[in-house]
Design a binder for this molecule. Structure first.
Ligand SMILES: Nc1ncnc2c1ncn2[C@@H]1O[C@H](COP(=O)(O)OP(=O)(O)OP(=O)(O)O)[C@@H](O)[C@H]1O
Length: 229
């Protein structure tokens, strides 16, 4: 349902991704793993349309997204939670969630958002910036979900989050997939999290995919080697 084909991305003269292919299946949770600087964020930013020097094909349910500005990609069913979350710190939690609703034309925050993230209901009137890291990550995911995407892109969602909350986030992602039918592409360095959450694993090195394996046959030691410096 979602394909990236022969994706090339450059910053000025330097090509960081040189012809990458990937496929995300219907209802799949796919991990893109790799050390810092291997190109995960560049891949995600180019998929959502934040980088201008991008070529190739990015196709969502038959629609070509290359060349479209980000807001049109979101209207076509992509949602993006960037690394560092980027919630609005001086807006309330409720208004942060509502910020995603222009796209979907939802009038009310759907009940499933609060079923997934009860804390966001309790803290609705607080400023986004006053939430803990884990709560801000939940808020960023909630804001992405109210756009009613087909594909959710998450860039290092566990960064700066406590281990107990990381476990909970893996369960949440599976609920999002199971209950909302959303396919998920997640960039990560934390293997315990992707082992809990993901159906398939890709490893990026130097802007290319160098390893691909389904969850059932994952070689943990092999992936750890890719992740260690
Ligand atoms: N704005 C930029 N201009 C020039 N080069 C960049 C820019 N952003 C990233 N790069 C380079 O592109 C490569 C890939 O970086 P990228 O941030 O995509 O990696 P990453 O795997 O997401 O790492 P991290 O986990 O640290 O975000 C690196 O060599 C980086 O130095």
């Amino acid at each position: 349902m979602f394909y990236v084909k022969d994706l090339k991305v450059s910053y000025g003269e330097s090509q960081v991704i040189g012809g990458l292919d990937l496929e995300l299946g219907e209802g799949e949770i796919l991990a893109v793993m790799g050390r810092n600087g291997m190109g995960k964020t560049t891949l995600f930013k180019s998929i959502i349309g934040l980088l201008s020097q991008t070529s190739g094909s990015i196709e969502l349910e038959g629609t070509e997204l290359i060349g479209m500005p980000s807001y049109k990609r979101v209207r076509n069913g992509l949602a993006y939670v960037p690394q560092g979350r980027m919630i609005y710190p001086k807006m309330t939690v409720t208004d942060n969630i509502r910020a995603g609703m222009d796209v979907s034309k939802l009038k009310k925050i759907p009940p499933y958002i609060y079923e997934l993230f009860p804390v966001l209901k309790d803290m609705g009137k607080r400023m986004g910036g006053n939430l803990s890291g884990g709560q801000q990550q939940q808020l960023a995911i909630a804001r992405a979900l109210v756009t009613q995407p087909k594909v959710l892109l998450l860039d290092e969602p566990t960064e700066g989050i406590q281990p107990s909350i990381i476990k909970e986030m893996a369960r949440t992602l599976k609920r999002v997939r199971d209950e909302q039918g959303i396919s998920i592409l997640v960039a990560e360095q934390v293997l315990s999290f992707t082992l809990d959450a993901c159906d398939r694993f890709l490893v990026m090195e130097g802007g290319a995919i160098v390893h691909s394996t389904p969850r059932e046959s994952v070689d943990e030691e092999g992936i750890k080697k890719f992740l260690s410096v």
